[in-house]
Design a protein around this ligand. Structure first.
Ligand code: FES
Length: 132
């Protein structure tokens, strides 16, 4: 059996939403100290909807595929839904990741949470609970 699903390979070879949103409403950057990979997510928010999402990922193929899939999953969705996107949902959408690569999808979850949190902070909102 192949180590990586077709879907992972597709999002690795043809990543969606790569780049920077210059006037982003929220930016989140996270890293994994063990592997040294870094992921940055940019969000554009319109009427509480994620109207655009882009990423820059300096990392492994699974991290790139996870960023690509995660940004696809949150585009056009309410902000609250983006905030609660789990690495499990990202992994399932990719048709699985090897066990030792699951942390790559966790980076995507954390980067989106950080970007949403940044958005709320810029809005001066204190009333939300962000999962740790
Ligand atoms: Fe660390 Fe993929 S090996 S994010």
């Amino acid at each position: 059996m192949a180590l990586y699903s077709e879907n992972v390979m597709d999002h690795f070879r043809n990543p969606r939403n790569v780049g920077v949103i210059e006037d982003a409403d929220g930016v989140g950057e996270v890293g994994n100290a063990a592997c040294g990979d870094i992921m940055r997510i940019y969000l554009k928010i319109t009427d509480n909807i994620v109207s655009d999402a882009k990423f820059e990922t300096f990392g492994c193929g699974s991290a790139i595929a996870s960023s690509s899939m995660a940004t696809e999953l949150i585009k056009g969705k309410p902000l609250e839904q983006a905030l609660h996107l789990t690495n499990k949902a990202v992994t399932e959408a990719l048709d699985g990741l090897p066990l030792n690569k699951l942390h790559c999808s966790v980076l995507a979850e954390e980067a989106i949470q950080a970007a949403v949190k940044d958005y709320y902070e810029r809005q001066g909102s204190t009333g939300i609970e962000c999962p740790e």
